[in-house]
Design a protein around this ligand. Structure first.
Ligand code: ZN
Length: 253
């Protein structure tokens, strides 16, 4: 009996070893499958391919140029002959005084303000992002102001339009511009304007309407109006002493 039992036990042992290997292989396969699945979903999230755009195919993907020129948002031109792009979308962040700006330029603006304060200059954003309705309101208020001084509606309107951009044509509607003034307590306007003229480019901001470029910009000298264009463009514009219109023309835009 014993001599017969021995091989059987051995066989059972052999079977259980094979069973164990199969179990391990199966578990490994399950783990690998789960890992792949997780990786796939992770890719979907980070690369932004929703199931909709996958099923819609290549036509749903952005055109190749928008990948190449992904920083062009910094250089969008808005002036009297270039209205705000149609369907322009903006995500703003609110500053402590209630003004808003494009969230993409907030870190640079914060760094610049920190640097100013370290130098003993105290600025405020007097005006940041404006909706088209805000711009209309500013224009209407200006017209009323001129009318109150005795001008006819037509006269008041044309005078106001010399100072206030038409709705849809103000750089403030981009959310990339800020009127920066002194806080009026610790600093005076001149301190802030001087500091900005000297240093703003280091943070990607340019003085948008310089004194010697009014014929090109179509806007009177505004030492308080700063526009974000990114550090590279700001440094080139500052070094060459040109305005945004000239810079974009140089680049063939
Ligand atoms: Zn302004």
């Amino acid at each position: 009996m014993e001599t017969q039992e021995l091989p059987r036990r051995k066989r059972r042992k052999k079977r259980s070893v094979i069973g164990g290997i199969i179990k391990i292989l199966f578990l490994t396969a399950v783990i690998v499958f789960c890992f792949c699945l997780d990786h796939f979903f992770h890719m979907e999230q980070t690369e932004g391919f929703s199931s909709d755009s996958l099923s819609a195919g290549i036509s749903a993907l952005p055109a190749p140029e928008s990948f190449a020129d992904e920083e062009d948002w910094m250089l969008i031109l808005v002036n009297q002959s270039h209205p705000l792009p149609e369907g322009y979308e903006i995500h703003t962040v609110s500053l402590s005084n209630g003004e808003q700006i494009d969230e993409r330029i907030y870190p640079a603006l914060q760094d610049m303000f920190d640097a100013m304060r370290e130098d003993g200059v105290y600025p405020v954003v007097a005006s940041g992002y404006r909706t088209t309705q805000d711009q209309q309101q500013i224009l209407d208020d200006k017209i009323e102001e001129w009318k109150a001084q005795g001008l006819s509606y037509e006269e008041a309107k044309s005078s106001a339009e010399e100072w206030v951009a038409l709705p849809g044509y103000s750089e403030h509607e981009l959310g990339l511009a800020a009127d920066i003034n002194a806080d009026g307590i610790h600093s005076a306007g001149g301190d802030v304007y001087d500091w900005l003229a000297e240093n703003a480019y280091r943070y990607g901001f340019i003085q948008r309407y310089p004194e010697d470029k009014t014929e090109i910009t179509g806007i009177a000298y505004e030492p308080w109006h700063y526009r974000y264009v990114g550090e590279k463009a700001a440094a080139e514009i500052k070094e060459q002493g040109i305005c945004l219109e000239e810079y974009l023309e140089e680049r063939g835009k």
